[in-house]
Design a protein around this ligand. Structure first.
Ligand code: SF4
Ligand code: SF4
Length: 427
């Protein structure tokens, strides 16, 4: 219906028309809950998108603002009785903005650098991580915080959300294979992420230990790159497609029982690689095969069953659903089932665990104030559970919740599900 030169699959009129304006998504939407504004609700955003697609409305500053303020958390999809695939719609709107809207010079340069130069290139990620590590370890960070220069530059809040850079980068594991402990039950490929290689090496190592302890041979294919989720969510479709092409060639070179990720945000995009290509493109069939093979680590472990011995962990934990696991991949039970398998674990459900913590990819950097508001609300709910440990299933959520525990001085430890399993499997 709508002619659109945006590459890959693009929504058709029926995708928008599926919204029957019932409003059942409103209460699930974090931005609507904050501001009570129709224009910042799923229904209101879809309404604006239709006008832009029908050329009844140009891409205005106001349209861009409402679309930028969306977390792309997809909670509205879970709430919608009409099957609106909101994620597809908002990513298309962002691709239109990227193509047709003149963002400021600084925004264009930054986006170009991050999505087209930094994230697709492991060497640049390593260089940037080394600079950041020097800043964090040399005392510069303490000085910058102490003399208030960050406040002066308006960067104080964003700087607190920066991840701590690892001493040892997981990049060195690319090309390695790890044998299964005991009889092999599966052979899987591990998707290591991009920035996770320099900020979540311990999580990646724990994921490999848990998989191998449960009878999986784990291969970490060399040549893999960033999944492209951040680029796709930001509307930088060409960069996402280029990364997908590379990952398809790397991961489909050999047969694996599954392609495993421990990052819900990456997994959601990896499972939708076919959306980045139209059915008449040569990559489409490969993307469908790749998507069908991809599993979140919690989904995979819950399906094959844990065989490793688990020792009791007598601590109270609560679980924050990662949006792209719950709403993007519709996985709710698997992480909970794994946590319930740990003896003596005292599990307390988190009220409103299905509402975004405010991390949302780069949202905590681009919309810091809103992100921190959502985080403050989240930490209030966490406190009500009395949990000493917050568990989640996505590196972005881990960072955000760790920042929440530090900012609000609540002192909880924040772990990924597999890190807690790993702890319970250690002698
Ligand atoms: S719940 Fe679905 S159909 Fe109803 S207003 Fe929201 S998006 Fe539209
Ligand atoms: S994706 Fe999240 S923030 Fe965006 S409209 Fe849907 S519920 Fe609201």
């Amino acid at each position: 219906m709508f002619p659109s030169p945006i590459p890959g699959q693009t929504p058709v009129y029926e995708d928008y028309a599926r919204c029957i304006h019932c409003g059942l998504c409103l209460n699930a939407c974090p931005t609507y809950r904050l501001w009570n504004l129709e224009a910042d609700s799923p229904r209101g955003r879809i309404h604006q998108m239709i006008h832009v697609e029908l050329d009844q409305q140009p891409i205005t500053d106001s349209f861009v603002d409402h679309i930028d303020k969306c977390l792309d958390c997809r909670a509205c999809e879970s709430a919608c009785p009409s099957g609106v695939e909101y994620g597809k719609l908002v990513e298309h709107a962002r691709a239109r903005i990227e193509r047709d809207y003149p963002r400021s010079w600084l925004a264009r340069v930054t986006r170009n650098f991050v999505f087209r130069h930094l994230l697709p290139d492991p060497h640049r990620i390593i260089d940037a991580a080394r600079v950041l590590r020097f800043y964090q370890r040399s005392g510069l960070q303490a000085i910058a915080r102490g003399i208030g220069v960050l406040k002066l530059l308006g960067l104080a809040e964003s700087e607190r959300l920066l991840p701590r850079i690892d001493d040892d980068f997981f990049f060195r594991r690319l090309g390695w294979a790890f044998p299964a402990a005991g009889p092999r039950r599966a052979r899987v490929a591990f998707f290591a992420g991009c920035v996770a290689n320099v900020t979540f090496s311990q999580l990646n190592e724990a994921t490999i230990r848990v998989l191998t302890a449960n009878g999986c041979e784990v291969v970490v294919p060399d040549g893999q790159l960033c999944c492209g989720a951040l680029a796709a969510h930001a509307g930088v479709r060409d960069a996402a497609r280029e990364l997908a092409r590379k990952n398809l060639s790397v991961f489909l070179r050999k047969e694996f029982d599954a392609i495993i990720t421990n990052a819900a945000g990456c997994g959601s995009t990896l499972k939708e690689y076919d959306h980045l290509f139209s059915p008449d493109e040569p990559e489409y069939t490969q993307a469908c095969t790749f998507a069908a093979r991809t599993r979140d680590v919690t989904e995979f472990l819950a399906a094959v069953g844990l065989t490793a011995r688990l020792k009791p962990l007598p601590i109270r934990v609560t679980y924050q659903d990662s949006c792209h696991l719950l709403h993007g991949q519709k996985i709710r039970e698997a992480p909970r089932a794994l946590l319930h398998a740990i003896p003596n674990l005292d599990f307390a459900e988190l009220p409103y665990s299905e509402i975004c913590c405010g991390s949302a990819g780069v949202y905590n950097v681009t919309q810091t104030e809103t992100s921190l508001e959502l985080l403050a609300e989240k930490m209030r709910h966490v406190q009500s559970t009395g949990a000493q440990t917050i568990v989640t299933a996505n590196p972005g959520c881990l960072l955000q919740l760790r920042a929440g525990a530090a900012i609000h001085r609540t002192n909880q430890e924040v772990l990924h599900v597999v890190e807690l399993l790993d702890r319970s499997m250690r002698p």
